[in-house]
Design a protein around this ligand. Structure first.
Ligand SMILES: [Zn+2]
Length: 224
């Protein structure tokens, strides 16, 4: 073999060697990245009460779609009329739809008959639009009567993070309060009937996604 032949051979050997090292490095990085995701993935559920709202719910749905986020909506039965398209879109986008009673009433202050009417009328209104019977209910004011036979199959949903967005109506304050309290498994309570809350929801999502949180519907964080 001539001098030129040796040089070519050495160059080829060096190239093969470097390529091999690069592949090993790539594989190692992939494995490490994979472990990081599964070990550190934190789940959080965004829930919205008191909708649907003709303007803000639609805006919220758009922003959730852009961010690839699924949320949970507890609808007021009487607000559905005239906003059927929004509710239909909500279901099509894969969000979970639950009940927040027909007239936003305190169920425990009603007779069993009246309370059941509030629940069944809302379930009917939701089913008419989505074709699905709601399984989850968030009773207004958190007051729930477990003896309501008309709702034995429904699961009551509470919350763990409440920034009182309906009271402050200030985006920065809502975002700050939520980010301060949120941890793995949190259920965040917001209301999609205020522009400030919808804007806060977008900022909350962007911040928590950057921290590695994954947004799920409420059934994904409930222990029951
Ligand atoms: Zn409410």
């Amino acid at each position: 073999m001539g001098k030129r032949g040796v040089t070519v051979l050495l160059t080829v050997l060096l190239a093969v060697c470097l390529l091999g090292m690069e592949q090993v490095k790539d594989r190692k990085e992939t494995v490490e990245a994979g472990m990081e995701v599964s070990e550190e993935e934190k789940l959080v559920a965004l829930t919205f009460d008191d909708g649907p709202h003709a303007v803000y719910t639609e805006k919220l749905l758009e922003g959730l779609r852009e961010r690839g986020v699924k949320a949970t909506f507890f609808l007021i039965g009487k607000s559905i009329e005239g906003k059927e398209e929004i509710v239909k879109q909500m279901a099509e986008d894969g969000h979970l739809i639950g009940s927040h009673t027909f007239d936003h009433v305190q169920l425990t202050a009603l007779s069993v008959e009246e309370a059941c009417r509030e629940i069944s009328m809302t379930n009917e209104a939701i089913r008419e639009v989505t074709g699905q019977e709601p399984e989850y209910i968030r009773p207004p004011f958190g007051s729930w009567n477990t003896r309501l036979e008309c709702a034995v199959d429904m699961k009551e949903v509470g919350w763990t993070v409440d920034p009182e967005d309906w009271k402050v109506k200030d985006t920065d304050t809502v975002v700050e309060r939520v980010l301060e309290k949120t941890e793995d498994g949190s259920i965040i309570l917001l209301h999609d009937v205020y522009d400030t809350s919808v804007e806060a929801a977008f900022q909350i999502i962007d911040a928590l996604q950057a921290e590695g949180y994954r947004f799920v519907t409420v059934d994904g964080v409930m222990l029951d």
